[in-house]
Design a binder for this molecule. Structure first.
Ligand SMILES: NC(=O)c1ccc[n+]([C@@H]2O[C@H](COP(=O)([O-])OP(=O)(O)OC[C@H]3O[C@@H](n4cnc5c(N)ncnc54)[C@H](OP(=O)(O)O)[C@@H]3O)[C@@H](O)[C@H]2O)c1
Length: 346
């Protein structure tokens, strides 16, 4: 639990890193959200021009480096879209500076990193949330509501399939093992999160097989299974070798709910398909900007001092399961235990 921290009516945001993609989606979302202001941005010093460009575009102060932004008393919250290897370090530094933090997925590449963040957030009485934007799209809520209504019976199987292709030879951070690259800690985060979200718990054990495109030093495709006990399973695949896909299916004892584009952008309607013995029904969920809904939910959690909707224990679970997939793949697909009653991290 965090205490309300509203010294100002407006939550003043700073962004660490002038990214090529994600910050350019999050920054307009911050600027457009009631009660939020996009106040500052910082790049590494050698990329000052990139930060200056974003600063101009959004009317934000430009700091000379990330540390200078964190030292700015006029900033209440920071958004961290750095390479995966920077997430734990900069989240801890931001908390130490008294900021609330929205950090890109994965919050950490092991459970211990999430545990350290949880402890620091508690000590600082600040909100930290991992940025799983797709969770905020109303089509995911609709799928959960249909499941809760009992229409498809008891949930037995989640199939999740997430992919987009990255060409070899590009300088994408996802191809660099030193920056936490690879499919598992990128699209794999969604393939792990979706089954955990809909089953509402961690699996008991997982098995995974990874492959790497020739010439690349990171895992690029994976298939995995998760055992949730009592005959409940997830079958997931994810890849940076294949064309785009962001689909999941919730199969119950009496039917199936399918979401074929869990990443629907703000100009696309969501589509939820329900298959039962009565036939097939397709529901359209009006287009929504999940980035903006995410920023709004985070700002409310800060303002009202209530837990963020993507909880730190959810983040810990996804990190634990992601690590277990890595361990299983390294052991040739052997089962790795992941249950919620696994020993606490140190
Ligand atoms: N939720 C989503 O929809 C979504 C979408 C895309 C990405 N993401 C997440 O966002 C994060 C960033 O992904 P991205 O595709 O936006 O990456 P990117 O364009 O490569 O941006 C990463 C930024 O990190 C900073 N950085 C610091 N140290 C770096 C280093 N050693 N090498 C490269 N950049 C470094 C750079 O900012 P400066 O040069 O300005 O310092 C760079 O612009 C990842 O964790 C990813 O998982 C989420």
């Amino acid at each position: 639990m965090t205490a309300p921290q509203h010294h100002h009516d407006t939550l003043r945001w700073g962004v660490l890193g002038a990214t090529s993609y994600i910050a350019t989606h999050l920054m307009p979302a911050i600027a457009a959200t009631d009660g939020c202001a996009l106040s500052a941005v910082a790049s590494r010093p050698e990329r000052a021009a990139a930060a200056a460009e974003l600063g101009r575009r959004f009317g934000a102060t430009v700091h000379r480096d990330y540390a200078a932004l964190l030292a700015d008393p006029g900033i209440d919250a920071v958004y961290i879209p750095l390479p995966n290897t920077g997430h734990v370090e900069w989240t801890l530094r931001a908390l130490a500076a008294g900021k609330h933090v929205l950090v890109e997925k994965p919050m950490a590449m092991d459970e211990d990193g999430c545990a350290r963040i949880e402890k620091a957030a508690e000590a600082a009485s600040r909100t930290v949330m991992e940025a799983f934007m797709y969770r905020f799209h109303p089509q995911q809520r609709r799928a959960a509501d249909i499941l809760a209504s009992g229409e498809i019976g008891e949930l037995r199987l989640v199939r999740a399939s997430f992919a987009f292709r990255i060409e070899s030879g590009s300088d994408n951070i996802r191809l660099d093992p030193a920056l936490g690259g690879g499919a598992t800690w990128d699209v794999g985060c969604y393939a792990v999160d979706a089954p955990l979200l809909f089953f509402g718990q961690a699996p008991e054990r997982v098995r995974a097989r990874f492959s790497s495109r020739p010439g690349l030093a990171v895992d690029t495709s994976a298939v995995a299974t998760m055992d949730f006990g009592q005959g409940r399973s997830a079958v997931v695949d994810y890849s940076i070798d294949y064309g785009p896909r962001a689909a999941y299916e919730l199969q119950g004892t009496h039917g199936t709910v399918m979401v074929r584009n869990a990443w629907a952008m703000d100009a696309e309607d969501g589509v939820v398909t329900v298959l039962t013995q009565d036939g097939v029904r397709e529901e359209t969920v009006p287009a929504a900007d999940h980035y903006r809904l995410q920023v709004d939910a985070f700002a409310r959690a800060v303002r009202d001092g209530v837990p963020a909707p993507m909880s730190l224990s959810d983040s810990r679970r996804t990190a634990r399961v992601g690590s277990a997939l890595v361990a299983s793949a390294a052991a040739g697909g052997a089962a790795v235990e992941t249950s919620d009653d696994a020993p606490e991290p140190r």
